[in-house]
Design a protein. Structure first.
Ligand code: FES
Length: 158
């Protein structure tokens, strides 16, 4: 916690102007640093900008780039943009939800995996596409999704 507090304070010092239009860049900076935005960060940002935390949550939830739960050790991004959707990403999402027992935006209890669905991750020609910690898996089938997740689980056990 102390470490988190200190790191948040370093970020806040980068935005000394204390203007409300610093809110989005501040949230972005916190997310870049921690991978998500904690209650502690929301509270400190609120104090820094003299904004109620409810207002910060309200604005931050409007932008779906912000996450309020810690990401897993493996962050799985499944594309469900038009091209990937046409190529079967819906089935992949069902399989991932079943395998990981989480939904979009959630993290497994053991913290190993988190799941995020995005609308396009820029590899439409290789759809359907899934990325795990920025490692792309292209033209994947349901069977391959099972194998990929199994492989990451095995790697984590080593
Ligand atoms: S639609 Fe999936 S990568 Fe673009």
């Amino acid at each position: 916690m102390a470490d988190e507090t200190a790191r948040i304070e370093v970020i806040l010092k980068r935005f000394p102007q204390i203007k409300r239009n610093a809110l989005i860049p501040l949230l972005q900076a916190v997310q870049d640093e921690f991978g998500y935005i904690s209650e502690e960060a929301i509270s400190r940002i609120g104090a820094h900008l003299s904004l109620p935390t409810s207002k910060i949550y309200g604005l931050a939830t409007f932008y779906n780039q912000f996450s309020f739960t810690p990401r897993g050790f493996y962050h799985v991004v499944l594309c469900n943009g038009t091209s990937c959707h046409m190529s079967g990403s819906g089935e992949l999402l069902s399989e991932l939800a079943k395998l990981l027992e989480i939904k979009d935006g959630e993290t497994t209890r053991d913290g190993l995996f988190s799941l995020e669905v995005q609308s396009c991750i820029g590899a439409c020609g290789q759809s359907p596409v899934m990325a795990v910690n920025c490692e792309y898996h292209s033209r994947i089938s349901v069977k391959e999704v099972r194998e990929i997740i199994k492989q990451y689980r095995e790697d984590a056990d080593r």
